[in-house]
Design a protein around this ligand. Structure first.
Ligand code: HEC
Ligand code: HEC
Length: 226
């Protein structure tokens, strides 16, 4: 390095420092933030969840998360596992690095805890069914469907008995929809299909068995058998 080049470099460095004071120069706050450094729940939600679960946690294609009934239903450990690992065979991606996602463990915790803090609420007065349970008996489920669902989904209206729809979602997604409804879209929860007559745990499982029996293949089975 010649003395002349060194002097030039030092002069440039000094000029660069001085430039911080010039108006209009970008500041540290304008530097692009790397995905791994994002800690704001709103930003994480908008970047990674809003496209499917809705801008404010509702009115998306997938189950709303801004739903106190859902957040009271799902145990934290299961919620975290789904966000980290995704649901194989469905459109729900895993967000943890181990599942091919780009969120750190700390970011997964921020998403999960913020959802519960911001969108959760007191548990419903009525006893909640379990979040997960095996599908029940399809023929009993057909009767339960006639009682609780047919007034809106007569002959499978809305596509709920369509193998193309059922091939894209897990039994758990169906169960979650039956318990929590889509209150953002006008589908009540398990307490409201027949006013004053909540579905029993067995009826919930059976109706899921009935819906699932219309599938040609089960995504979660294919994924775990593969
Ligand atoms: C008061 C009307 C109403 C009743 C009763 C009702 N649903 Fe729905 N359901 C809807 C609406 C509205 C949607 C959202 C729009 C759509 O997907 O058609 C919906 C959506 C769904 C979905 C798709 C969920 C999703 O996230 O895309 C499933 C599955 C479903 N209903 C199953 C059922 C079952 C099973 C029952 C009975 C236990 C039931 N529904 C009772 C109105 C109803
Ligand atoms: C590309 C679309 C997509 C994106 C992006 C997405 N999800 Fe999902 N999510 C889905 C679908 C579809 C399901 C239903 C999967 C199934 O069939 O079980 C789902 C299911 C879930 C469930 C489980 C619901 C239940 O049944 O208990 C949770 C929790 C969830 N998503 C949270 C998130 C969070 C948090 C993010 C962002 C970090 C996110 N999702 C991003 C599509 C998406």
């Amino acid at each position: 390095v010649t003395a002349r080049a060194l002097a030039t470099a030092l002069a440039l460095a000094a000029a660069a420092v001085g430039c911080d004071a010039l108006p209009g120069r970008p500041t540290a706050a304008d530097r692009p933030v790397l995905m791994k450094d994002v800690t704001d729940f709103g930003v994480l939600w908008d970047l990674r969840c809003a496209g499917c679960h809705g801008a404010d946690g509702s009115l998306g294609g997938a189950q709303p998360m801004a739903d106190p009934v859902y957040l009271a239903l799902v145990p934290r450990a299961d919620l975290r596992r789904v966000v980290a690992d995704g649901v194989p065979g469905t459109a729900m991606p895993g967000f943890a690095a181990a599942a091919g996602g780009d969120l750190t463990d700390a970011q997964v915790d921020i998403v999960v805890d913020s959802m519960r803090e911001r969108w959760g609420g007191p548990a419903p007065a009525e006893a909640l069914p379990a979040w997960a349970a095996p599908p029940g008996n399809p023929s009993r489920g057909a009767l339960a469907f006639a009682t609780y669902c047919a007034r809106c989904h007569d002959d499978g209206a809305g596509g709920v008995l369509d193998p193309a729809f059922l091939g894209l979602v897990s039994d758990q997604a169906l169960r979650t929809a039956v318990i929590c409804g889509r209150t953002d879209l006008g589908m009540p929860d398990w307490r409201g299909y027949v006013p004053g007559h909540p579905m029993t745990a067995r009826e919930i499982a059976d109706v899921v068995g009935w819906l699932a029996s219309h599938r040609r293949s089960r995504p979660e089975k294919e994924a775990s058998d593969g």
